[in-house]
Design a protein around this ligand. Structure first.
Ligand SMILES: Cc1cc2nc3c(=O)[nH]c(=O)nc-3n(C[C@H](O)[C@H](O)[C@H](O)COP(=O)(O)O)c2cc1C
Length: 177
């Protein structure tokens, strides 16, 4: 199965993106994960720009979602909310009908950010019939250095947790509901 993993952080040393890359590395050959960490490159959404076709960067992302069996979304919290770049990406994807039947789950790289998570659950449950709120991966990495993250996520227990999450998500993507 193939999954797309979208990071809501545009930061170079993002802990959110690091978690998604760790999922990518933990995947067995049966699963391929592509990490999308370029929400910052999408233009600001406007309904005026939807027609005749969305901008190339948006179409590329929408196509990557259409080609994937499922979508993993991970994001930091900014001012108790979804960062603007990620919300902008979701606005574009709604306008492209790219999310409606897509299985979606959340991963989160912080022990904080529950206001943002609540908003993301509301938004993703609105745009997709297959958002699975119960399936959730949380690995607290906030303020850790890339070296500390690599050390933590390479431990057997972390690898088992990541692989278990992917296995459960793959089963959900393959099921009818
Ligand atoms: C502008 C800004 C606003 C933030 N607001 C919050 C917040 O409201 N609540 C919170 O828990 N963390 C907040 N943070 C901290 C980030 O959510 C936290 O550092 C996160 O782990 C960063 O993720 P990243 O490493 O993937 O970029 C904020 C950070 C920035 C830069």
């Amino acid at each position: 199965m193939t999954f797309l993993a979208i990071s809501g952080s545009a930061r170079r040393a993002s802990t959110t993106t690091a978690l998604l890359r760790a999922l990518q590395s933990a995947a067995t050959p049966a699963h391929t994960i592509t990490v999308f960490d370029r929400v910052g490159e999408l233009p600001i959404f406007s309904p005026d720009r939807e027609l005749p076709s969305p901008p190339d960067s948006v179409a590329e992302l929408a196509n990557a979602i259409a080609d994937a069996d499922g979508l993993i979304v991970a994001s930091p919290e900014y001012i108790r909310a979804i960062p603007g770049g990620l919300k902008n990406a979701i606005d574009w994807l709604l306008s492209c009908d790219a999310l409606i039947d897509t299985p979606i789950v959340l991963a989160h790289a912080s022990h904080r950010g529950d206001d943002m998570l609540g908003q993301l659950r509301l938004v993703l449950g609105t745009v997709s019939t297959r958002f699975n709120e119960a399936m959730f991966l949380r690995v607290p990495l906030m303020k850790k250095t890339p070296e500390e993250i690599a050390r933590l996520l390479s431990k057997d227990a972390s690898q088992t947790e990541l692989l278990d999450f992917l296995t459960r998500f793959a089963a959900y993507c393959g099921s009818a509901d």
